[in-house]
Design a protein around this ligand. Structure first.
Ligand SMILES: [Zn+2]
Length: 283
């Protein structure tokens, strides 16, 4: 054991919140140090370069919903580790670690609430939970979110953030693609809007399923949105891709999404969109 490690082990325990790393945050956009408190007050958007930091369900709900209106839906029970999968680690151990780090059951959390007075069900995918990967739990939560929206006769809004399908669940994770598509059709049959907000990063099987099927497609600025990674495409077509390829702005320019909305305007913009669509439904 090195001298430093032995000293570190006898040092008194310091609560995590008080360490300088938590007081300061290094921006992934500009690399500058930002005061964590300032970042939080600025909706987790860098005050220096406007980089939109990744946020999980709890923070998103707090930013979005009218005060006191949020009520989270319980995580639906699903079979765990159906394939008894193991690579370097057991899948059950990976799940356990992710749950300890995130205090969530899995990578998609739903909540009922209201945005600017409009009742709605919102699902938020958490990239911090195993890369937001889509397995049985995410698929099931998506379906439950849609069912809750149908029950309440309100729109379903999904915030996507995912690396794609959860490989530890093999074919069962891929089956969530058609499954979520059928759920969206149920919402349409009930005459209710489905709104997608793409956040950084959304890719793979999620991008090829419910992330691109919204009646209205919104994205946060400069989010990476892709089905396949840039390098794979470049080596397949043997061409250099444009610099802004697979960003929100590129998708907007090419007619793939409806708008790119800054986080500070998101609440109001969603309220407006839901207002328009609900008025149409009422008529
Ligand atoms: Zn920055």
């Amino acid at each position: 054991m090195s001298w430093l490690n032995s000293v570190r082990n006898v040092l008194p325990f310091v609560a995590k919140r008080e360490t300088p790393e938590n007081l300061w945050h290094k921006c992934k956009g500009c690399g500058q140090m930002v005061f964590t408190k300032e970042l939080e007050e600025n909706l987790h958007v860098c005050p220096k370069c406007d980089h939109h930091d990744r946020i999980g369900p709890k923070i998103r709900f707090a930013q979005l919903f009218d005060e006191g209106s949020c009520s989270e839906l319980p995580a639906p029970p699903v079979p765990e580790d159906p394939l008894k999968f193991r690579d370097q680690k057991r899948y059950t151990d990976r799940l356990k670690a992710a749950r300890t780090d995130n205090s969530e059951r899995d990578a998609l959390v739903n909540a009922r609430g209201s945005i600017d007075g409009h009742r709605v069900v919102v699902g938020v995918q958490d990239f911090g939970f195993m890369g937001g990967s889509m397995g049985l739990a995410v698929g099931e939560a998506f379906v439950r979110g849609v069912e809750a929206a149908i029950e309440d006769r309100v729109p379903y809004v999904i915030f996507t953030a995912s690396g794609g399908a959860r490989m530890q669940e093999g074919i069962l994770s891929l089956m969530q693609m058609p499954r979520s598509t059928v759920a969206i059709q149920m919402l349409h049959d009930a005459g209710l809007p489905y709104i997608v907000v793409l956040t950084d990063p959304t890719s793979g099987g999620v991008m090829a399923a419910y992330a691109m099927l919204g009646d209205v497609q919104i994205a946060e600025p400069k989010a990476t949105l892709a089905f396949t990674g840039r390098r794979v495409i470049e080596s397949t077509i043997r061409e250099k891709l444009p610099e802004d390829f697979q960003t929100s702005e590129y998708y907007l320019e090419h007619g793939m999404i409806d708008m790119v909305v800054h986080r500070k305007d998101l609440r109001e913009q969603l309220g407006t969109v839901i207002g328009y669509l609900s008025a149409r439904e009422a008529a």
